[in-house]
Design a protein around this ligand. Structure first.
Ligand SMILES: Nc1ncnc2c1ncn2[C@@H]1O[C@H](COP(=O)(O)OP(=O)(O)OP(=O)(O)O)[C@@H](O)[C@H]1O
Ligand SMILES: Nc1ncnc2c1ncn2[C@@H]1O[C@H](COP(=O)(O)OP(=O)(O)OP(=O)(O)O)[C@@H](O)[C@H]1O
Ligand SMILES: [Mg+2]
Ligand SMILES: [Mg+2]
Lengths: 267, 267
């Protein structure tokens, strides 16, 4: 059944959504059956894929709030091999509305469970926070990828993120692992990027000797280079493979997808 | 007394902090007496200016929570003409702790009032949210600058931001104005940037005929170009003027500061 991966970073604008869309699309092109789940009330997946609101009968909000709604009712097909569970502005109200429910961190897990066998990969696009939507993703996922920019202030947020994963691991999801850092908007030739990548690699080298959920975490290859095409594609409702299939952004996401599929076949 | 400006954008990673530091530093170098206020529990201003925690007796958290603490007790001098009110991780707890206080949106305004005459400019660095810290900034400020990147998804957030300013304007601060967009990490030669800037200018052209708090808003000049030096400087605890005073980032912030000072002298 599906490998379920949360794209997590409480910092905003680091590349979570761009990665969900384009890594997801690359995996779909590599014949993986892929589901993307939008857990952000900004609801960018719909815009980014050019999906007309009119075809969306149920969103992730309905799925979380309404016991009658099933995941199968909410799924929309976006591209060959690429399904999506969309969000809406009202999702911002989900956290207060669910505040009294004791099982509120596990609703997504429970609702996704019946459709796990339809997919090879499920990517959960998290909002820039460690709130209830992200906690639902962490209870539901088996793995966490952390998109981030190799900048100084970006490192500051990583320890807080890992601490949260650690807490979820201890309390509700003992199998949860942080398995990869995805470097986004990468400027490889800069001194800063090289130093930050070295810091990250040293950190995970040390962690490999400890009993922590990120002990097997590595910086995934290749980094995704800064490429204006990746920022342009959403304004046309297109993935990078629709918009500019041979630009640097497309090449990088395609390689990343291939590396992951090969890695998954080996393990 | 001081011109008080909130640097506002609920989207993360758009350049609020980088602008607070470097526009503030540029204004200080232009002989303005400047105060920077950190309203973000990420507490980046301290890191960015290389201030030792040991010299910080009181933070913005103490100022908001403890009736005994005055703004004058919390001020730290960072550079010539550049003072700062620092934050700390505990500020994340301020919103729940203040939830029961009826005046919770106006505490910063009340505490800043006695020191307004010490400064020409006060810049309020907001966190990436429209929560209580940002609302305190909006109650306290006279103007709002919106740092943003000229990207498609960035436009989506602007209307929500303006709606919030509108609400604060009607309820607690009728003099509040959104006076400027600061384009950050700008790649002027790209089609995307040109289109987004055109969209923004058209939008504010229309708004100039309406009775809204952003009717006088314009895209400030110059845009701040993408420049890795701006991302490197914080890792040394330096402003761009300490780190690399003649790089593109320094030139752009210096020009922006000069444009603002000239504009302020004309009006
Ligand atoms: N490799 C890249 N090159 C150029 N621009 C990029 C790249 N990756 C992302 N972007 C742009 O950077 C901005 C932020 O990216 P994105 O929306 O994916 O981040 P996010 O982490 O999902 O943000 P949020 O926290 O708000 O959900 C977007 O305008 C996007 O188009
Ligand atoms: N003009 C620029 N060129 C290159 N890098 C930049 C530029 N402006 C900002 N950065 C970098 O982009 C990242 C985000 O910037 P910054 O921290 O100022 O955003 P922010 O809006 O304050 O983020 P947050 O919402 O998390 O508070 C930082 O790593 C910063 O160093
Ligand atoms: Mg996103
Ligand atoms: Mg900031």
């Amino acid at each position: 059944s599906a490998r379920t991966i949360a794209l997590l970073n409480q910092k905003g604008g680091v590349g979570k959504t761009t990665t969900t869309i384009n890594l997801g699309a690359a995996l779909a092109l590599a014949e993986q059956r892929v589901l993307l789940v939008d857990l952000d009330p900004q609801a960018h997946l719909m815009l980014h894929l050019g999906i007309d609101e009119a075809v969306v009968e149920h969103t992730v909000y309905d799925l979380l709030i309404d016991p009658e709604v099933k995941a199968a009712d909410a799924i929309v097909n976006a591209r060959p091999n690429l399904d999506v569970l969309l969000s809406e502005v009202d999702l911002a109200g989900a956290e207060p509305e669910l505040a009294q429910r004791p099982d509120r961190q596990q609703i997504l897990k429970r609702k996704i469970e019946p459709i796990l066998d339809r997919y090879d990969v499920i990517l959960l696009d998290c909002p820039p926070s460690l709130g209830l939507m992200t906690l639902n993703a962490l209870a539901c996922a088996r793995e966490v990828f952390v998109p981030m920019q190799a900048h100084f202030l970006a490192l500051q947020g990583v320890s807080k993120l890992l601490e949260t994963v650690g807490l979820v691991c201890q309390s509700v999801n003992p199998d949860l692992r942080v398995s990869g850092i995805i470097l986004c908007m990468h400027e490889a030739q800069t001194t800063l990027a090289k130093e930050i990548v070295t810091d990250l690699e040293d950190f995970f080298e040390q962690a490999s000797q400890q009993d922590v959920p990120w002990s097997q975490c590595r910086v995934l290859q290749p980094p995704i280079r800064r490429n204006i095409k990746l920022a342009e594609a959403p304004s046309f409702g297109e993935t990078i493979f629709d918009y500019s299939p041979w630009c640097k952004g497309a090449i990088d996401y395609r390689k990343l997808a291939r590396q992951l599929v090969e890695h998954w076949h080996r393990v």
